[in-house]
Design a protein. Sequence first.
Length: 241
Amino acid sequence: MLLNITPTYDVMEVINTFITTFKLESFFPYLLGLVTAVICGALIGVERTFRQKEAGIRTHIIVALGSALIMIVSKYGFFDIVGLADHVNLDGSRLAAQVVTGISFLGAGIIVFKGTVKGLTTAAGVWTTAGIGLAAGAGMYGIAVYATLILLVVQIVIHKILPVENTSTTAVSMKLKDDPEAIESITNLFKENNYVIISSSVEKKNDKYYCLFTIRAKSHINPDEISNIFAGNDYVLSLSV
């Protein structure tokens, strides 16, 4: 037997409810959660932007803001449905739980694979930023702020302390002339300019060498700097970073 729980609405009541939702006192706690999420996301994004990472200020703000909004809707957006009948029960965490799954797709897009994996830390930071947004949306402002501070400490301090964290890697693909000394010349130039070759692959095709080098440096790797290093090398036909 199907129960008819279709609600009936008074037009004026609906209009008054609509107007009421724009009054500051009716949504101030929600707005506070959104603002807290935006501030926390911005702080994390600033650090990532200064380090020239894949996701910057806007990405982190949008992730935190969206997560907070979803959490607010998940907690408070279904009161009218619950009031329709006594047998209607809702799990307020179900909608918010989808953020954890959904943010994984964004993280996968941040991770770049081109001879080496990049963006893992930034992707993990975006995932954590989503959690911070959820906390802010749930009204747990202190937890959101403290989590932001902890994340910033992890990303900034550890980056400065640990030598492995204080390096960057990238992939350089080249097309070289068919000359026995070409590859040796390229590897020597990398070493002379303080680049460590982590891995390399060479394929000979159509009387040309097609090489892929994965290199590491102690600071941010500038693609223009790599191009300038090999600009005067007679063996290099083309290069991309």
